[in-house]
Design a protein around this ligand. Sequence first.
Ligand code: ZN
Length: 68
Amino acid sequence: MDEADLAQEKEVALINAALSARQPRLKSPNGLCVWCLDEKVVADTAFCSVECDEDYHKHQREMQQRLG
Ligand SMILES: [Zn+2]
């Protein structure tokens, strides 16, 4: 294993740590976007688009701020 491999492995470990620290990945129960409830999701996500993803998380943050 050379240094490039080691660096790559470190990178992957960092990404995995960051991902597992986040909330569990959202999944759509029915294959439709969990935000607009209208469009089919992009594979392996719970949203039909980046916009819906952003709006959803923005909404979540606002709710949390309200609670806090
Ligand atoms: Zn959507």
